[in-house]
Design a binder for this molecule. Structure first.
Ligand SMILES: CC(C)(COP(=O)(O)OP(=O)(O)OC[C@H]1O[C@@H](n2cnc3c(N)ncnc32)[C@H](O)[C@@H]1OP(=O)(O)O)[C@@H](O)C(=O)NCCC(=O)NCCS
Length: 185
């Protein structure tokens, strides 16, 4: 896959990618669909999250073309309690100049593969009910709507639904997790 003739590379993010990620994120939250907070992210928070997630074998990816970051995607644990340790949730953002060119799909497929390889069994995305691009992207990447939380967000003068999109990874629930030790009792 290329952008303007140059090869697009998907790779694990580096700390020096953080400013580019913040610029992409800030663009989208100002438009209102991609996030539920209307304040910009703190670079230190992103740096901490990056390190923390990579230490949990969760992917934190960027798409890069000619040295410029044009999209990013990452997964975090779904919940902190240990029972949920095989489930992750994710976020994905594409640079406004590169929307609708298949990049979201490429990054999301890479994220899915990486979470599956790390032993995660379910992946969940929370999508704004009016975000048709994200709903479509997730459907095409094998996610299905498993729930809709009506009017849980208030952004730009309107109530917004949050749609939970979920897909199984690897064997899903068809086998125990790779590190499961049957209880001897
Ligand atoms: C949602 C987002 C990640 C999609 O990435 P993208 O690179 O533009 O999407 P792709 O080009 O890979 O397209 C994926 C699918 O969505 C469809 N799609 C893309 N943009 C669309 C739009 N505006 N409306 C409807 N469908 C759209 C594509 O046609 C494709 O479906 P197809 O395979 O049936 O043709 C991107 O629009 C984005 O960054 N949006 C702002 C941030 C955001 O909303 N993040 C998600 C938070 S949950």
């Amino acid at each position: 896959m290329t952008a303007g003739g140059a090869e697009i590379v998907v790779r694990t993010s580096r700390e020096d990618d953080v400013p580019a990620m913040i610029a992409i994120y800030t663009h989208h939250i100002r438009r209102g669909l991609g996030g539920n907070v209307v304040v910009a992210e703190d670079p230190d928070d992103i740096k901490k999250r990056r390190k923390n997630m990579l230490s949990k074998r969760l992917p934190h990816l960027v798409a890069e073309v000619g040295g410029t970051v044009i999209g990013y995607a990452y997964a975090v644990p779904f919940r902190k309690r240990p029972a949920y340790r095989y489930t992750a949730k994710h976020s994905i953002y594409i640079h406004p100049d590169h929307l609708g060119q298949g990049l979201g799909r490429r990054l999301l497929d890479a994220l899915v593969a990486s979470c599956a390889a790390a032993g995660y069994r379910q992946l969940i995305g929370y999508v704004d009910g009016a975000n048709l691009a994200s709903l479509r992207l997730h459907e095409r990447a094998g996610f299905r709507e498993v729930g809709r939380l009506p009017s849980v967000a208030f952004k730009f003068g309107k109530w917004a639904d949050s749609v939970m999109m979920q897909r199984a990874l690897g064997d899903g629930d068809q086998s125990p997790p790779h590190d499961h030790v049957p209880d001897a009792t």
